[in-house]
Ligand binder design. Structure first.
Ligand SMILES: [Zn+2]
Length: 99
């Protein structure tokens, strides 16, 4: 019983230490979003946090509103279409070639 408590205590301590470390790292390296990875194709919903700034456009595939700065773009005719993700862009392209 005591052993179990010690185990749980260890786990909690490890979590706290990991949290503090991540805080320190964040403070040392500044904004983690400007890391070396740069702009990656975001996961669904990933772009929504910064989508408020600037212009937004509607993704014609899933209907989601995306920032025109972060979107995946496709030039078609005279207009530019904006997609939330590469999947949506590809889905749109396969549909466009079919019809
Ligand atoms: Zn989409």
């Amino acid at each position: 019983m005591v052993r179990l408590l010690l185990y749980v205590f260890d786990l909690v301590m490890a979590t706290i230490v990991a949290w503090i470390l991540s805080r320190v790292v964040q403070r040392l390296f500044g904004n983690p979003r400007l890391g070396p990875q740069g702009r990656r194709p975001s996961a669904p919903g990933g772009a929504s946090r910064s989508a408020i700034a600037g212009e937004t456009a509607r993704d014609p595939v899933c209907g989601m509103f995306v920032s025109t700065e972060l979107s995946h773009r496709l030039r078609q005719g005279g207009e530019t279409l904006h997609f939330c993700s590469r999947e949506c862009l590809e889905r749109f392209q396969t549909h466009a070639t079919k019809s």
